[in-house]
Design a protein. Structure first.
Length: 221
């Protein structure tokens, strides 16, 4: 049933995937208990499905619950805990809670740099997400520098022709262009236009397997 829910999600059948994930979670809570790794994995994936469906308040509540459990059971430095923290930052970002998202994304990035190394795809993804949050917060120079680093690492690790590299290159090009436009005008409506454009980019690439937001990561046991 868990595998079927994942398949439904990959095919874009989010409503049916959510229904099945809720059913799996209820059974696991009853049989295995809330603190079992399988139960926490299902909670994590259900929260991600809710995030995809725009049910952000419930997604955030569930992700905070998962993160608290992971911190208590596995500790802050465990990959599962870091993955749970990363997922929560994306929901916070979507809800406009940018200061908390930035603080948590910096923590995730520091942990992944230390544990996985700078060249790991999870670390590069964390840099990418933080760069977008910085952009949304108006910290344009740091956002541009970080996205440029994402491009350089992606080219080095994945190659010039990899989809992730191409996507990162398109994003740094976008940031360069918009920074130039913002520098030439003090019109706040221009800033709002840029933000809406970024939202459209995110919506286009907001898939379970995307470079930007890889939500549905099964926790290794």
């Amino acid at each position: 049933m868990h595998n079927l829910a994942s398949t439904l999600l990959s095919c874009g059948h989010l409503e049916e995937a959510e229904r099945m994930q809720r059913e799996v979670l209820a059974l696991q809570n009853e049989i295995l208990g809330q603190r079992h790794p399988d139960t926490m994995t299902t909670m994590h994936n259900l929260a991600s499905t809710l995030q995809h469906r725009g049910q952000l308040e419930e997604a955030e509540r569930m992700q905070r619950e998962v993160l608290a459990l992971q911190n208590e059971i596995l500790g802050q430095r465990h990959p599962n805990t870091i993955a749970a923290m990363h997922a929560l930052t994306l929901t916070l970002q979507s809800r406009g809670q940018l200061e908390e998202a930035e603080r948590m994304q910096r923590e995730v990035l520091a942990l992944r740099n230390e544990i996985l190394g700078q060249r790991h795809l999870d670390t590069i993804t964390s840099m990418h997400d933080l760069a977008w949050t910085l952009w949304d917060l108006g910290q344009c120079e740091e956002a541009e520098n970080m996205m440029q680093e994402v491009v350089a690492l992606s080219q080095e690790v994945l190659g010039q022709r990899h989809p992730h590299t191409i996507l990162a290159m398109s994003h740094i090009s976008f940031i360069h262009t918009q920074r130039a436009k913002l520098a030439s005008t003090a019109d706040r409506s221009s800033r709002r236009f840029v933000t809406r454009f970024v939202d459209r980019i995110r919506a286009r690439f907001l898939t379970p397997d995307s470079f930007i937001h890889r939500f549905h990561l099964s926790f290794p046991h």
